[in-house]
Design a protein around this ligand. Structure first.
Ligand SMILES: [Zn+2]
Length: 75
């Protein structure tokens, strides 16, 4: 259920996850998510959220002005 508008229906979608890390941008593309059909709010599953953290952490180690990462289950 959407925590913003209480809509029950969400649909599978993909999004770009953007992290502002000390003024530098880490962008993870093609991240699977669920999207609220009413307000468009996007949600990650626990598995995806954990994997996203790993990807962002690995990007922080090689941080550049802007890091663009592709979402991957095996990263
Ligand atoms: Zn919603």
């Amino acid at each position: 259920m959407c925590m913003y508008c209480k809509e029950k229906k969400t649909v599978p979608s993909v999004t770009s996850h953007v992290v502002d890390y000390h003024g530098r941008l880490i962008i993870v593309k093609n991240v699977p998510c669920e999207e609220c059909v009413r307000c468009g709010e996007k949600y990650y599953s626990k598995t995806v959220a954990r994997k996203l953290e790993e990807i962002v952490d690995s990007a922080k180690k090689v941080i550049q002005e802007i890091s663009v990462m592709e979402y991957s289950e095996v990263a």
